[in-house]
Design a protein. Structure first.
Length: 407
C-alpha cells in the first residue's frame, strides 16, 4: 500500500526519538528527580494503579472476561495493521517535530508515547461516528483518513485548519483547552434527537479535565443521556504540573459524581484501548449515555516544542515509561505469536521513511496564505471598521514596495 493511499483510507470498523534533552544543569536534574520521587499516582497503592490491560509491557496477552469479547474478531492482519498505524503515526510526529526545530513550523504538539491510546481508540470508531479532537490527536486523525500533511498547515500558519471536518467526521483541532468537549456533547445531543445510530467521541488531556467546560460537558452529557464518549489521555503532566496537583482521586472516578461510568485503561496497550473504546461507543449507540475513558499513558516528549520538560521532571521517570513503549509492546507480541516476520518490519521501515520524506516535501511546498484573508468572514454582512482596517493594512503592505523602489 502506498503512502498516499494510506492517508486517504477510511477507518476500519474492526480494528522519533525516545530520549528527552538532558537537563542543562546538575541542580535542575536533582530538583526534578526529587519531585519525581515524591510523586504518587492518584489511587495507586504501592505500585501501578488498577487498569484494564490485555497486553503486558513485555508483550504477553492477558485475559479479561469483560473486554476480551470486544477484540475477539481481531485477526493477525488487524494486529499488523494496528502496529503499522502506530509506527507510521510516530514517524509522522517525529518529522513534524524536526520541521519545527528547523523553522518550518511555528509550533508542534508531539504525541510521542501516546500512540496506543490514539490508534486503539481511533480504530474503534465507525465511519458515521463523529470525533472532536484537541490539538495532539495526530494518530486519531490518521485513523479517520485525514492526510497527515493537512495537520501541518495550521502549525505552519498557512490556514486555519487544513481539512473539511465533514469529509471524515473529524473536527478541526481545538486550541482552546477543553471547549471541544462541550461541542461534542451538543453534537451528541443532536445525534440522539435525530435518532441516528452513531456516537461521538471527545478527546482531551488530564490538564483539560480541570477546565470548567469539561465538567459542564460531563453534566450536560449525563443529564441528556447523550451518546458521547469522553476520552481523556492522562499523560501525567498538564504542561509542567503533575496530576496529583490537579486531583485527589483517580481521574476516571470523576464520572461517578455525574452519574455515568468511568474506566481506566492502559493507554500504552493498543488492544485494551481498542476494546474499552468499542465498549464505551457501543453503550452510547444503545442509548446508555456517556462514558469517561481514562487512558493512562505518558507524554514522552515536551508538551509542545516551546517547552523544556527537563525543568520539571526527571529522566528516571521518562526512562521507566520507555520500558512500557506501546510500539515495542505490540511488536513483542507479534514476534512471539509469529504473526509478523522480519520482511514485514523491513517493508514498514521503508514505508515509514517514504512518509517522512513526503511530509517534508509537502510542508516546504505549502504556499503562503493571502495576507488579506484575515479580514474575510469576520462579519456575515461586512463591517465598516473591518473595511477601514483592511485599507490600513493594504497601505502598510504597499509601503514595503515603495521602500524597495526608493519612494
Amino acid at each position: 500500500m502506498t503512502v498516499e493511499s494510506t492517508a486517504a483510507r477510511k477507518p476500519r470498523r474492526s480494528a522519533g526519538t525516545k530520549s528527552a534533552a538532558s537537563a542543562s544543569t546538575t541542580g535542575t536534574t536533582s530538583a526534578a528527580s526529587k519531585r519525581t520521587a515524591a510523586r504518587k499516582s492518584p489511587g495507586a497503592t504501592g505500585g501501578e494503579p488498577e487498569l484494564v490491560q490485555l497486553l503486558t509491557p513485555e508483550g504477553k496477552r492477558v485475559k479479561d472476561a469483560t473486554y476480551d469479547p470486544y477484540v475477539a474478531d481481531i485477526t493477525p492482519e488487524d494486529l499488523r495493521g494496528l502496529y503499522r498505524d502506530m509506527v507510521l503515526s510516530r514517524r509522522f510526529d517525529a518529522e513534524a517535530t524536526s520541521l519545527q526545530r528547523q523553522g518550518e513550523l511555528g509550533l508542534w504538539a508531539s504525541m510521542l508515547g501516546q500512540e496506543a491510546a490514539q490508534i486503539g481508540s481511533g480504530r474503534a470508531t465507525r465511519d458515521d461516528d463523529y470525533v472532536f479532537p484537541t490539538y495532539r490527536e495526530h494518530g486519531v486523525a490518521w485513523c479517520r483518513g485525514v492526510d497527515p500533511t493537512n495537520l501541518l498547515g495550521m502549525f505552519r500558519g498557512v490556514n486555519n485548519g487544513g481539512w473539511d471536518p465533514n469529509s471524515n467526521n473529524f473536527h478541526l483541532y481545538t486550541i482552546v483547552i477543553g471547549s471541544q468537549t462541550l461541542h461534542a456533547t451538543g453534537y451528541a445531543m443532536g445525534v440522539a434527537k435525530d435518532g441516528a445510530d452513531s456516537a461521538v467521541i471527545a478527546y482531551f488531556g488530564d490538564g483539560a479535565s480541570s477546565q470548567g467546560d469539561v465538567l459542564e460537558a460531563f453534566n450536560f452529557g449525563a443529564v441528556y443521556n447523550a451518546p458521547v464518549v469522553f476520552f481523556c489521555q492522562n499523560n501525567q503532566w498538564a504542561i509542567s504540573e503533575p496530576t496529583e496537583r490537579q486531583m485527589r482521586v483517580p481521574l476516571y472516578q470523576r464520572a461517578q459524581g455525574f452519574g455515568f461510568p468511568g474506566v481506566r485503561v492502559d493507554g500504552n496497550d493498543v488492544l485494551a484501548s481498542l476494546a474499552v473504546t468499542r465498549w464505551a461507543l457501543e453503550r452510547a449507540r444503545q442509548g446508555e449515555g456517556p462514558t469517561l475513558v481514562e487512558a493512562y499513558t505518558y507524554r514522552m516528549g515536551a508538551h509542545t516544542t516551546s517547552d523544556d520538560p527537563t525543568k520539571y521532571r526527571a529522566d528516571e521517570e521518562r526512562q521507566a515509561w520507555e520500558a512500557k513503549d506501546p510500539i515495542l509492546r505490540l511488536r513483542a507480541y507479534l514476534e512471539a505469536s509469529k504473526y509478523a516476520d522480519e520482511a514485514f518490519f523491513a517493508e514498514l521501515e521503508v514505508e515509514s521513511e517514504a512518509l517522512g520524506k513526503r511530509v517534508r516535501e509537502v510542508v516546504r511546498a505549502m504556499p503562503d496564505p493571502d495576507h488579506f484573508a484575515i479580514f474575510e468572514n469576520v462579519y456575515a454582512d461586512g463591517h465598516a471598521l473591518v473595511d477601514e482596517e483592511r485599507a490600513q493594512f493594504a497601505a502598510y503592505q504597499a509601503s514595503f514596495a515603495d521602500a524597495a523602489e526608493g519612494k
